[in-house]
Design a protein around this ligand. Structure first.
Ligand SMILES: *[C@@H]1O[C@H](CO)[C@@H](O)[C@H](O)[C@H]1NC(C)=O
Ligand SMILES: *[C@@H]1O[C@H](CO)[C@@H](O)[C@H](O)[C@H]1NC(C)=O
Ligand SMILES: *[C@@H]1O[C@H](CO)[C@@H](O)[C@H](O)[C@H]1NC(C)=O
Ligand SMILES: *[C@@H]1O[C@H](CO)[C@@H](O)[C@H](O)[C@H]1NC(C)=O
Length: 522
């Protein structure tokens, strides 16, 4: 999960019972059950839970440096040195998962724990052993795994060589990913190459709110995006060509996207909504499906770059060879029992979506020539006032359940009938309150809109991953943003995990496959 927004953190609001959303007042939670075979999981990320930042041979990674150098980058001056100590307490985490009854656990691997200097020249066996222990403990409880290879924690040694701005990272990452396939292939039930490229690139190299804190909006974030996409594509193809037939698991990239609701029903605002979605989801979705940036991005960035006096577009082009790499394998298809043609399959096995909130969007009437990714979309975005949409732990996080359903329908329309797995969804508060009715309402309403999209619009969502199993280190929000089904008591050195009401609610949904007390039979 990502919760930056340093500027507005002073407006933190304590959660109450969600009550203010006019659009949701008359909304009846669906009485239809989840489809047969639908799976439920919980997600975490290495830096947010493991701690043990310098233990047993782990190397430093750029988020360690980011907070050690400037502690105030975290709202509470904290860092992930200890986090919730899952390096030692992973069995506790797994006990919680067993209690809730999840089908699978989405976790991430720490690159610098496995490869302290980032390269495969120097493998840290103790780091490898840690993950094998976690996988074996999960296997013993019958909990499947979804393994994220990269969730933002770039080894410092690679950051000092340019990190995501250096095209060599395509090979650094591919080597690391291949090592993960070899070491953990027999434990991973599905793979995620990279989590949330928008946050890595725009957060880390555009606005600089995230590690490594580089500010170059509309320039370096695009260079990062190109390298992230090619690193993903190369790692995905190594899986596809060499390891898929051995282990069988699916592999993909996680893309995070908000929903952008047109502010009026004018044609211009409908187009503005689609354009913004292309700059957010399409920027990463279109390359892995079709091998290139969305057309509207290519057109807008070229146009504004020219007007801004650049000699070429700030959006780096993909060469023909790079486009082929992104488009993935050529797959023979059988028609009437005869191989008759080939399709290009893209570098994904399913779409993985992280979703939290919704913005309003309207077409711009006046051109703005500021150099930034935000302005390249040529639209304005805003959120409605608090009395309409209830804010959660931080200001931008409005609870807008119907936005989730609309985003899923947009993906179905834009990309066709592709399997979708929700890899993150959830809500943070700053209390960690055990009677967390707001979280229950959030889950019930967001999942209801997801189910409506499944049943009414033929959107093929096959699994839902809740962020997160227990309160943990929430990046720049420190320990203040609490999103867990379990509260972690940080004043007790044992860091006990204590179930909130939402843990029982999620557990019940998993058992009954139903969001309310009694569902229709299907
Ligand atoms: C919700 O259910 C109530 C009672 O069954 C019904 O009167 C109302 O019209 C429903 N609202 C919507 C938006 O379907
Ligand atoms: C554009 O300018 C940059 C330096 O600002 C230079 O490196 C690059 O080669 C130029 N490109 C073209 C196509 O002239
Ligand atoms: C959804 O995707 C899965 C995995 O590709 C597939 O097995 C299933 O048939 C699809 N369901 C629908 C309704 O398209
Ligand atoms: C947290 O731990 C402290 C120290 O053990 C204890 O005094 C306190 O009651 C605990 N709080 C909760 C909510 O369990």
């Amino acid at each position: 999960m990502r919760l930056y927004s340093l500027l507005i953190i002073s407006t933190l609001v304590v959660l109450g019972i969600a009550d203010g959303d006019d659009d949701n007042k008359n909304y009846n939670v669906t009485n239809r059950p989840f489809p047969k075979g639908f799976k439920f999981g919980v997600a975490t990320a290495a830096y947010q839970i493991e701690g043990a930042w310098n233990i047993d041979g782990k190397g430093p990674q750029m988020w360690d440096d980011f907070f050690h150098e400037t502690p105030s980058r975290a709202f509470d001056g904290s860092n992930g040195d200890i986090a919730v100590d899952s390096y030692h307490l992973y069995k506790e985490d797994i006990r919680c998962m067993e209690e809730v009854g999840v089908d699978y656990y989405r976790l991430s691997l720490s690159w610098a724990r496995i490869l302290p200097d980032g390269t495969t020249d120097n493998i840290n066996q103790l780091g490898v052993d840690y993950y094998i222990k976690v996988f074996e403990a999960l296997e013993a409880k019958g909990i499947k795994t979804m393994v994220t290879i990269y969730h933002w924690d770039l080894p410092s040694a690679l950051h000092s060589k340019g990190g995501w701005l250096n095209p060599d990272i395509i090979n650094w990452f591919a080597d690391y990913a291949e090592l993960c396939y070899k070491l953990f292939g027999k434990y991973a039930d599905s793979w995620i190459t990279i989590n949330e490229p928008k946050q890595i690139c725009h957060g880390g190299y555009g606005i600089g709110a995230y590690a490594p804190g580089i500010v170059s909006n509309g320039i370096k974030d695009y260079i990062c995006a190109k390298n992230v996409l090619l690193a993903h594509a190369k790692a995905w193809r190594i899986w596809d060509e060499k390891y898929r037939k051995v282990y069988g698991a699916k592999n993909t990239l996680v893309i995070d996207s908000d929903w952008y609701e047109p502010s009026t029903n004018s044609k211009e605002d409908a187009i503005a909504s689609d354009t913004k979605l292309q700059f957010v989801h399409g920027m990463y979705g279109n390359p892995v499906v079709n091998g290139n940036w969305p057309d509207v991005m290519i057109k807008n960035v070229a146009d504004l770059s020219r007007k801004q006096g650049f000699n070429e577009s700030r959006l780096p082009a993909f060469t023909e060879e790079e486009q082929k790499l992104l488009k993935g394998r050529i797959q023979p298809i059988m028609l009437t029992l005869k191989i008759t043609s080939c399709i290009i399959a893209g570098t994904y096995d399913f779409f993985a979506l992280n979703h939290y909130t919704t913005y309003m969007v309207k077409a711009r009437t006046q051109e703005i020539l500021t150099v930034s990714w935000d302005d390249d979309s040529k639209v304005d975005i805003y959120q409605k006032s608090e009395d309409i949409w209830k804010p959660a732990a931080i200001d931008w996080f409005r609870i807008v359940p119907w936005g989730f359903g609309k985003l899923l329908r947009w993906m179905r329309k834009t990309y066709g009938n592709i399997e979708i797995v929700i890899t993150e969804n959830g809500v943070s508060d700053k209390t960690g309150i055990l009677k967390d009715q707001t979280r229950i309402d959030f889950l019930r309403n967001y999942m209801s809109h997801m189910l409506d999209a499944i049943h009414e619009a033929d959107v093929n969502v096959t699994a839902y991953t809740l962020w997160t199993i227990m309160d943990n280190f929430e990046w720049t929000l420190g320990y203040i943003g609490k999103s867990g089904l379990y509260y972690v008591n940080r004043t007790d050195p044992a860091l006990p995990r204590i179930p909130k009401d939402s843990a029982k609610y999620y557990s019940k949904i998993i058992k009954t496959k139903c969001l309310i007390d009694d569902c229709l039979n299907e």
